[in-house]
Design a protein around this ligand. Structure first.
Ligand code: NI
Length: 179
């Protein structure tokens, strides 16, 4: 397992759509193992493959709160949201690709989604609370979308400007540096 460099805003890779996984092979296993290693190291509760520069529809999640809690690793491949609740909930979200930036985001409180596991087996689950928010945040990544797309344009522009300046100063990885 390897900790891979994270792709950081404003790297344009984050805006690209990811491709469905068709081969459930050893390379996929390695990718998933590396994603968990990278996510736990950061630390984060969710990671999409695009955040380590791999444009495949692969997500790792672990919403176990405290460090002493048992790990609850979840691998979600080729997810599709098939139902969203009208009821919404608001969480303060952050993103490993937008380090140390947090804003409140409102999303459907519950979702039903299908996905495949690492062997390619299909599942359908109902999620709510933090897991529902996290899955929606990560599926956004697979579609080139970021949580800052859900906040006001004024705040988003300010955030992008800040990270663009940081990248120019070299205090954050430059665009393409993680490729
Ligand atoms: Ni994120």
């Amino acid at each position: 397992m390897t900790i891979r460099p994270l792709v950081i805003l404003p790297d344009k890779t984050l805006r690209l759509p990811s491709e469905p996984v068709t081969k459930f092979d050893g390379a996929l296993k390695t990718l998933v193992a590396d994603m968990f290693e990278t996510m736990y190291d950061a630390p984060g509760i969710g990671l999409a493959a695009v955040q380590i520069g791999v444009l495949q529809r692969v997500i790792t999640i672990d919403t176990a709160k405290k460090e002493e809690d048992p790990k609850e690793p979840l691998v979600i491949i080729n997810p599709e949201i098939i139902w969203s609740s009208h009821e919404t909930s608001t969480y303060e979200e952050g993103c490993l690709s937008i380090p140390e930036y947090y804003e409140e985001v409102e999303r459907p409180k519950s979702i039903r989604f299908t996905y495949q596991d690492i062997k390619g087996e299909k599942y359908e689950v109902l999620a709510d609370g933090l897991l529902a928010t996290c899955v929606q945040h990560e599926i956004d990544h697979l579609n080139g979308k970021l949580f800052i797309d859900h906040i006001s344009k004024l705040k988003r522009d300010r955030c992008v400007k800040k990270f663009t300046k940081q990248a120019q100063r070299g205090t954050a990885p430059l665009s393409g540096a993680n490729a």
